[in-house]
Design a protein around this ligand. Structure first.
Ligand code: TXA
Ligand code: MG
Length: 357
């Protein structure tokens, strides 16, 4: 099950090419760009996560992305360009705030949702009147887009509903035989995906918290709203294409939110119950005081702060699913990168949040 058969799958022989992440060899990126130009798929590192790229204006190539990932065609893709100057052909109108946002955050982990132009294939936008665009800062992504000489559509390079890949190994684990080239530029630096900002709504809305903290955007957009999740109760008002079952590891994840001491006690109780059942239990913590958990729980620190935790989260989820049944996670404070972490943990938990008073 889960395999759609050769008619609907994109099958290829995957070529793994190592590139220096800061000064990629031009011959290597040119070779990968040639694959993009001939309609193939190239997985490449960005500063956030690895992307699965195809020529954004080639609908047949874009269709391969959906087949390779087994992603529903109702979920639109982000278009990656090398320079803000490449934006006009993709969009219908450019609100004046775009200049300021681009000066401040591009290249970098911010995706802007704008009115689309007729040039962008329907498959890229899921037939919506908008297109999502970003300018990645990673030197390999920059070199690849420039060598291809055109925009590259790229979702995260994971199978649909798997944690996003932060290394070439993660890409191969999900997509070997489904992507023509993997450019291995080592681990990504930010580790969670870009922030998605919808500029077509009034007020402008963050659809997905990510690499650029919401607080930093508020300086330019004082009326900015969050249209993704309600921190208080874990309820969702889903953005287009944003599904709850996203980033799911195979182990069950439960998120605990609330007062630190009360959370610690509740996690300890839950852990003891699961251990008694014979389950392998892990606890995820971020730079906080150690939890008082029963012996036998594998305590995994994601890092000293939210930045380190964002960088390691997806890799840790991929590691833990092989040797744990239950993952208990303490919710981070929903500020700065902590908001993006909260969102990814909540999705990995498929909405299982224990709110402790
Ligand atoms: O950091 C990132 O954004 C990475 C790297 C590769 O750039 N890409 C990424 O793409 O995370 P993906 O496809 O995994 O997530 C993109 C999200 C999806 O949830 C999709 O629904 C949303 O962006 N999206 C794309 N186009 C949109 C649009 N026109 N309006 C609203 N949401 C859109
Ligand atoms: Mg994704």
């Amino acid at each position: 099950m889960g395999y759609n058969g050769p008619m609907t799958d994109y099958v290829s022989t995957t070529l793994l090419l190592t590139v220096d992440p800061t000064t990629p060899d031009p011959a290597t990126t040119a070779r990968a760009a040639q694959v993009i130009l001939s309609g193939g798929l190239v997985a490449f590192p960005t500063e956030t996560v690895y992307g699965l790229g195809a020529h954004a204006l080639n609908a047949e190539a874009v269709a391969r992305i959906f087949r390779a990932k087994q992603r529903p065609s109702t979920d639109p893709l982000i278009v990656h360009i090398a320079d803000p100057a490449d934006l006009p052909p993709l969009v219908d109108a450019i609100p004046s705030i775009v200049d300021e946002l681009a000066r401040r955050f591009w290249p970098g982990p911010l995706t802007l949702v704008l009115p689309r132009s007729a040039r962008v294939p329907d498959l890229v936008t899921a037939s919506q009147p908008t297109v999502a665009v970003r300018v990645p800062s990673h030197p390999v992504a920059q070199a690849l887009i420039r060598a291809a000489g055109g925009p590259i559509a790229a979702p995260s390079a994971n199978r649909f509903s798997r944690p996003s890949p932060t290394t070439a190994d993660h890409v191969l684990a999900d997509l070997a035989g489904r992507v023509d080239v993997v450019l291995d530029g080592g681990p990504t630096t930010i580790g969670v995906e870009s922030t998605i900002l919808d500029l077509t709504s009034a007020p402008p809305a963050v659809l997905r918290p990510g690499g650029v903290p919401v607080e930093a955007q508020r300086a330019l957009l004082p009326d900015l709203t969050l249209r993704t999740l309600t921190i208080a109760d874990g309820q969702t008002a889903p953005a287009p294409g944003t599904l709850l079952q996203h980033y799911s590891p195979e182990a069950e994840l439960i998120l605990f939110a609330g007062d630190t001491n009360a959370v610690s006690a509740r996690m300890a109780r839950h852990a003891a119950e699961q251990l008694a059942r014979g389950a392998a239990v892990a606890a995820l913590v971020i730079g906080q005081a150690p939890l008082d958990l029963p012996a036998g729980v594998m305590v995994v620190s994601l890092g000293a702060d939210e930045g380190e935790a964002a960088n390691r989260l997806f890799a840790v989820l991929r590691q833990l699913e092989h040797n744990t049944d239950v993952i208990l996670a303490r919710a981070p404070a929903p500020v700065g990168l902590g908001l993006a972490l909260w969102d990814r943990l909540w999705r990995a938990a498929e909405g299982r949040v224990v709110q402790v008073e």
